[in-house]
Design a protein around this ligand. Sequence first.
Ligand code: SF4
Length: 193
Amino acid sequence: MANLLLHTCCGPCATYSVEEWRRKGLEVAALWYNPNIHPWHEFILRREGMVDLARSLELPLDIQEGQVTDYFRRVGRDRVGRCAHCFSLRLGETARAAREWGLDAFSTTLLISPYQKHELLQEVAEEVSRRYKVRFLYRDLRPGYQRSRQLARQHGLYRQKHCGCIYSLRERLSGMQVRDDGTPVVARKVAPR
Ligand code: SF4
């Protein structure tokens, strides 16, 4: 049976993703490495949700804490292009670990989210795969997104309200809409009558 190291961003996204890869006959192990998550209590909530899920799915899980500075160092001043750096950081660590542990392939639970930049994610993962010489397994898991939310409710998992980084948190709190290139959509002001 081929084995897969699955990068996990959170418990809810892992529910269906693990189910799906196991259904394909793969032996799945998971890695938690998400130094992008801000603030600290959010990081803890997501990490603990993943630990609980791994326990109930009997899923081998390795936690790599990392530091939020890993994220900021990688993104630098490129706030607009930050998601490519963020994907590369997290998937790079996953591919490196998969190679070190002699596993056949890597993938990520981020592939289930309709809110991620899916094509960019795939592109970055392929580049990481070439860099570390480990196969990247792609599957468009987005049709399983609703099912993953149901499973998350059944498992009583914490469900986050922003993507992860401080910028995405600020955008959510300010109700700011952001284009695909990361630039804010500025609402037109309506003159008072
Ligand atoms: S918006 Fe999400 S994917 Fe993009 S940099 Fe922030 S945490 Fe990473």
